[in-house]
Design a protein around this ligand. Sequence first.
Ligand SMILES: Nc1ncnc2c1ncn2[C@@H]1O[C@H](COP(=O)(O)OP(=O)(O)OP(=O)(O)O)[C@@H](O)[C@H]1O
Ligand SMILES: [Mg+2]
Length: 320
Amino acid sequence: MGEELTDSTSSETYDSIDGHLIHDVSFVEVERPISNDTNDTGAKPRKSLEIPHSLPTEDGLARIVTITNQKGGVGKTTSVINIATHLAIRGARVLVVDCDAQGNCASGLGIDKSKTNITTKDVILTPSISIQARHATAVEGLHLIVGDHNLVGVEESLAAQLGRERRLVEALAPLRPHYDLILIDTAPSMSIVSINALTASDGILIPVQTEYLALEGVALLMGTIQEVRRLLNHSLGVDAVIMTMHAPTLLNTQVAGHLREIFGDLVLEPPIRRNIRLAESPSQGVPIQFHAPQSHGGEDYSRLSSELEALWFPGGIRNE
Ligand SMILES: Nc1ncnc2c1ncn2[C@@H]1O[C@H](COP(=O)(O)OP(=O)(O)OP(=O)(O)O)[C@@H](O)[C@H]1O
Ligand SMILES: [Mg+2]
């Protein structure tokens, strides 16, 4: 892994749509020493709320999953980059769509977004160009549609448009048969772009930091999900809750226990520990699997992604 991606068009797993793929930079794998901290799990679930569960993926189409939490800095982008990388390494064909104007998925995957021409904003305004908007990354089988600051103006541009919540549905339709998983990163706000992401999705991943006030906003998010289900996407449901930035303190352990009580089986194990390697890997332009695979962050994302693999691909990844 970590080899330079020179010609993904030669891959037999893709067909003609990859003639449109834009190729980007590669990165170098860096090994780090093994760490030995223990994992902290904590309380067992006692009760759960009425939370819509998601349905299985339709045969032959990518599962579309949005990662969302209106709270900022809870590990949405970090989770997207590392889960997508893990599953691509496992053999899944993965497309990341960055729906955040901060555009951090590009830097995290080693792509210079200032050099990209077609971004998520263009795809939302002109869904028919989605095939040409994809960039190859240095991880084989992992592609990206880059988000950038232009997404800020989309709300205004779509204001008078009919069907403005369904632009991403339209854009992803021709791509779905060519991927196993489409993972959408969102901004910490419920804009029309985030609503597009939820409308296009089968499932939702909710990262929650195991800190004081972590649950603030989650009730609001549940309300938004119910509204999207009622008006735009009846089959939308929660795939899983991810506990992020976890530390073995009493407070973190109590919050983790509380999350398990509220969300029950939807809470994925293990919690992702707070780990400096995760914080530094975007500055290297590489996912944790290449920067420090045996760090706590690397180990936790690897175990968590394996749980997601079992959830999303119960019969195995199709081209494994
Ligand atoms: N487990 C972790 N341990 C330490 N640092 C982390 C961890 N997860 C993420 N970070 C760092 O915390 C910051 C916020 O993470 P990230 O960008 O993934 O959050 P986000 O929810 O996408 O934020 P935003 O809402 O602004 O989009 C980043 O600097 C990231 O590198
Ligand atoms: Mg983010």
